[in-house]
Write a protein that binds this ligand. Sequence first.
Ligand SMILES: C[S@@+](CC[C@H](N)C(=O)[O-])C[C@H]1O[C@@H](n2cnc3c(N)ncnc32)[C@H](O)[C@@H]1O
Length: 263
Amino acid sequence: MTSLAAIRDAWEDLAEQDALGAILTDPSKTGGRWDIAEFMQTGEAEVETVSRHLSAIGHSPDPSGLAMDFGCGVGRLTQAMARRFTACVGVDISTEMIRNAQRLNQHARCSYQVVNGTQLPFADETFSFLYSNIVLQHVPRKFAVDYLGEFERVLKPGGILVFGVQDSFAAPDFSSRMIRVRHVLRICSRLKTAFGRSGGDMQMHLLPERVVHSTLSRSKVVDVRFTNTAAKDFNGRLRYLDEAPERGYVGKQYCVVKDGKLV
Ligand SMILES: C[S@@+](CC[C@H](N)C(=O)[O-])C[C@H]1O[C@@H](n2cnc3c(N)ncnc32)[C@H](O)[C@@H]1O
């Protein structure tokens, strides 16, 4: 299995070449062609979409608390979260991503930190909100499970965890394995065209719902939605889907409440 050190090295390479294009991989924007304001605006829109959804399901996080953006990249989502919470910290495995995030930081109440390993450098019960999107899908299942345990540990009782994963790969018949292999090869070849060798290191991993449920022991899953996060039209524009796509990756977003208490 790929080690965390190998994952870190791959993201360092990607961030050094084109950090924004490695995060949102629209082929018309890779190679340094993202407009930074447009890129950051996708984060504002995504956080607004999630906030409205949480409000609609009755699980808005406490804005007077601390928030964490796990796998923050250059802070696309962290900056938008900082506008909504007393303070927000973005954490990432890549030093180069964090360097970029610090350069783009617009808020005194927002900070960034490099994290190594699956233990997060925060005390128990620190955060009232933790968000992570398009991150755990790039982490092998064993580590993703460890991170979920850490998310539970650092959340306050009643705190809200929202994270996105790829649940499964949908294909109409027994040839699904071949279709998935072809799909993954297509993504890798597109990334290799844009990023050279390191593009092929941006792996995709599945985290099925049964594993999420069996991993979370100190909190309650209160909402699960299908999302478009691995679809071609994503590019930072999060949409909730009424049903699972018939083909390709099945993205899911979970909303979890620590200790099952309502806030
Ligand atoms: C596709 S980018 C998403 C960035 C950000 N979440 C966003 O949506 O703008 C994935 C990010 O996750 C980070 N990452 C990958 N594996 C990680 C890990 N094990 N721990 C922390 N960050 C990780 C990468 O360095 C990269 O910045």
